[in-house]
Design a protein. Sequence first.
Length: 278
Amino acid sequence: MTNFTFKKMVQIAVIASLSLSPFVNAKTLVNVDGVDISDSIFAPLKQQNPNFNYDTLPDAQKTQLLDEIIGGVIMANAAKKEGLDKTEEFKMASLQLLSQLWLKKQVDSLSKTVSVTQAEAQTFYNNNKSMFITQNAEVRHILVQKEDQAKNLIVEIGKVPKTKTEEKITELAKKFSMDTASKDQGGLVQLPINNPAIPPEFAQEVKKMTAGTYTKAPVKTRYGYYIIYLKKLDAPVTQTFEQVKTQLIDLLKQQKMEGIVQEKLKKLRDTSKITYGN
């Protein structure tokens, strides 16, 4: 089991030990010192892996899983006996977990009632076509932290003949680039430059370049300073509504649900008594 899964199960076991209401129709798997642990404890695991089914696991895996859960409950009960459930740390952890459970409940409920029509998605698409333009580029790049270092590397690149430019950038990227994902490939990446994850300064610079050239000045971004060599820039292509319809409907549904949850939170906040400390 991963640490993430184990921690989640222990957290839920702590809540169970505090005698919160059990899930409806939950099946008891084991009782530890008077605490019933039901199969609802696997909810976080099933959320991560919808195909997870405790009942179909081999007996050895069931035993291992139950042993971890039992260990978690024993530790939780020991913590209670030592008064750790009265500490500020427990109070804050409990509040955080309860807030997560509340949020999950809202999302689970809304996912069954909130919907987005194809007409709504079509309207959004028509009004935001620029969001659906893709333009792919193939570049080599070097990412460094300091502007002076980037300038020095550009000087080094300028010393070699144009026919050796890409080779030199490849060599320097392997030595100096902070981008560990592309460093071993000499800074070579293929990317959709319209993707919001791409730094806008990087994308804007690539769009101005022609194949076989590199940036003569460092490109400053939130990640550091880039030196970019453009291998190829494809023409921009607008994705059709049919191509993006499914993902767009999912996105708009998610936005609707987020809006409803935020409105609920605002109403709860407006009716809450909040006193700030000195």
